[in-house]
Design a protein around this ligand. Structure first.
Ligand code: UT7
Length: 323
């Protein structure tokens, strides 16, 4: 027998304020048509003043706990994937720990930008597999609206705020790919591509900074690397794309999502798409999409799910799990 990390709860939180594409037409040289056709985005949510990454993460985590019927103190560890923590330190994860009223265990952040959730899931899986934790909250939460240059039309129309969370539980398993839980992961990065996507502020500048992106260059890397990492992770679980019930991709651009599905030989009716309603919420996009798809009844227990993401670093990766 082996230990598998099985998803027993999922939850998400979106801030109240919804901004439609048309709103940007008032301040920028852009159109709803351009944003929709180039990215697939129609609207996004923006956090209210004072509403932070840790607040949204806590709400998503509480929803995941409620679904599973557990209290905060039943959890051993919290891993938050974010590039927009409330403060430089302490971690957003320790703030979530306090806000949930959790008085034991440990909490830390993972920073791999848009690939953050697959990195966090992979780390949480390792904690469970090695016996360091039995229940782990894995959260993706972002307030990218705080690092937007509102005069840069090539970036500020693309991103949104939100949070999603999964609760993983160690479960005895035969260790076959028919069992539930995380079956395989694949993580990659290539730091030579730093200039394609970064924030021009931080401790070295004494400012928070703004997101800078060479979108078409990132696009070029995306489809190739996403299909490749998804297939690598599937191969590690002795599976192929024919076995996949749902791809739950990072929601950056509908054209990247379609291109990756095509490269993997999968029809779009097996892909969970939320980019039209959420925009690109970076590390929050996959857990948001998973939670929404679960709530819609799209993803069912036993389904084979592949998540894949790429972002600043560049960093990219995939996780294969049986829901
Ligand atoms: O999540 C992390 C990873 N990030 C991504 O995956 C993002 C990947 N990249 C993309 O999604 C796409 O590259 C974008 C949506 C960012 C841009 O689409 P594109 O088809 O690659 O457009 P482009 O950057 O090549 O720009 C085409 C044109 C340019 O004008 P010229 O030079 O052709 O005259 C831009 O200035 O579109 C112009 N443009 C805009 N026009 C109207 C850029 N932003 C806008 C805008 N409204 N908001």
């Amino acid at each position: 027998m082996t230990r598998r990390s099985v998803v027993i709860g999922a939850g998400h939180y979106l801030p109240k304020r919804i901004v439609e594409n048309a709103e940007f037409e008032q301040t920028l040289d852009t159109t709803d048509e351009w944003i929709r056709s180039r990215s697939g985005i129609e609207r996004r949510h923006f956090a209210a003043e004072g509403e932070t990454t840790s607040h949204m993460a806590t709400k998503a985590a509480q929803a995941a706990l409620d679904m599973a019927g557990y209290a905060a103190d039943d959890v051993d560890a919290i891993v938050v994937a974010t590039s927009t923590p409330d403060l430089t330190f302490p971690s957003a994860a320790t703030m979530v720990q306090a806000q949930l009223g959790m008085t034991k265990g440990f909490a830390f952040d993972v920073q791999a930008v848009c690939a953050g959730f697959v990195y966090a899931l992979s780390n949480a899986n390792a904690l469970i597999a090695s016996g360091q934790a039995d229940r782990v909250l894995v959260i993706g939460a972002e307030t990218f609206s705080r690092i937007m240059d509102w005069e840069d039309r090539s970036t500020c129309v693309l991103f949104g705020d939100g949070a999603g969370a999964l609760l993983l539980e160690a479960t005895p398993s035969e260790g076959t790919n028919a069992d539930r839980g995380i079956l395989a992961t694949d993580l990659n990065s290539d730091g030579r591509h730093k200039d394609l996507l970064y924030v021009d502020g931080g401790v070295s500048t004494g400012t928070t900074g703004y997101l800078r992106m060479q979108g078409n260059q990132v696009f070029r890397h995306a489809v190739e690397k996403l299909a490749s990492t998804a297939n690598t992770a599937l191969g590690r679980a002795d599976l192929t794309s024919d076995d996949v019930d749902w791809i739950v991709p990072h929601q950056a651009n509908i054209r990247i999502i379609q291109g990756t599905a095509k490269k993997m030989g999968l029809p779009m009716d097996r892909v969970v798409v939320t980019v039209q309603d959420h925009g690109n919420t970076s590390a929050a996009s996959i857990p948001l999409a998973l939670s929404v798809a679960n709530a819609r009844g799209q993803i069912k227990q036993g389904d084979l799910v592949v998540t894949e993401a790429i972002g600043g670093g560049l960093a990219w990766g995939a996780v294969v799990l049986r829901w």
